[in-house]
Design a protein around this ligand. Sequence first.
Ligand SMILES: *Cc1c(COP(=O)(O)O)cnc(C)c1O
Length: 477
Amino acid sequence: MSLPNEGLSRDGVRAELERARQGDLPWRGGRILAYVYDPGREVEEIAKEAYSSFLGENALDPTVFPSLLRLENDVLGWVRDHLRGDARVQGSFTSGGTESCLLAVKTARDWLKARRPVARPNLVLPVTAHAAFHKAAHYFGLTPRLVPVGADFRVGVDDLLSACDADTALVVASAPGYAHGVIDPIGAIAERTAARGLLLHVDACIGGWLLPWFRQAGHPVVDFDFAVPGVTSMSVDLHKYGYCPKGASVVLYRDEELRAFQYFAAADWTGYSIVNPTFQSTKSGGPIAGSWATMRALGAEGYRRIAADILDGTRQIVEGIEAIPGLRLLVRPDANLVAFDGEDLSAFHLCDEMRQRSWFVQVQLGYHGSRPNAHLSIPPQAARFAPDFLVDLRASAEASRQLPAPPSREDVRAMWDAAASGGVDAIFAAAGLSGTAVPERLAFISHLLDGLPPATTAELLKTWFSRLYQAGERPSG
Ligand SMILES: *Cc1c(COP(=O)(O)O)cnc(C)c1O
């Protein structure tokens, strides 16, 4: 497949892009309860205009584009204030939560190595910490030390601290964790890490911007931010409940001395000198301007209004789930993230059934004492759609009970062993995966993955994606 010789007109490009988009789920209005954080049409338009008008500007060089320096400093100032950081707190604008978390880990590793030589630093993580930290450990040569959590999915302070030693670069806690929406005991953890001179990162990627608005609305929210003395860094995504266009997050440090370990500069080559605060070098002005515009357009008042809607929607949905016979929450969340399953039905069938009814509900595999479940990130529109959602959820639960029972974990292990001779292809064939088609129902595949050890599941997923990403091929189905 080579690039067509003749260029396409503006209308031609638009038509082709719309065709490409045909198979996507429609995300406006909140029917996708993950991945998308929709501020509504008006703010979306303002953000798009700002984003596209700064697409060409390059944040690589603030001497050429002081505009982007100003916009970034504004945004960082707003986030710092919101998270009760004092004037010493400094950070960076990044491309997303993963980059913010990766940077926090790299910074901590380099901070530790500057103090004394450490052959193999470790990263102390509750099992509920986001996978981005596993990625960081993998990329930057740290050993992840996984700490189990309690029945309420919060990590125990003693458990976390006893996993730390002299080679610990960073301890991580979540506010809240993505999977269950609960906040780790940050205050108690921070007291102990500070006493031992350990760095503590609070991953507030999903909830950091939203929780203070909840608190202002009268919802009880524990201290999780820079108001807690031992918190040394935080990650906060703007492209989640900041409703900013994608490619927007912030990482903040207690002070500039700590942030210094994040920066990279190189002059030892024949080209322009490089100073990179973050991973990117050439860095589009679009996400920065889009974020500035979204935040400024909404204002504190706008965020407060949306937060009140989300609180209302979350209450309706949490109470609604509890009222549907057979459904149960894994835990009552501290925020607007809900994990639930069924006593007598497969949570994965339930996700499929909801998809048949045009809702996207995310599958979460059952690892580390968290049962296989369905996850909701409750969006801004939830207060309005909650009644419809609950009607469809009830119907989906009924329908799920009629579907064939999913394979048990024992069945999956047996299948896996039997297929071992046939290799991965046999597993893919059994799961109905071939070529670049994505099956309509995913419950069987999810149960398959759920029954395998995490490392095997990860290998299978890499193989599957590798088959999807084939240069020159177009996805079918
Ligand atoms: C979403 C999320 C991340 C990763 O962020 P991306 O923007 O998807 O890279 C990290 N931590 C938590 C708690 C999250 O919810």
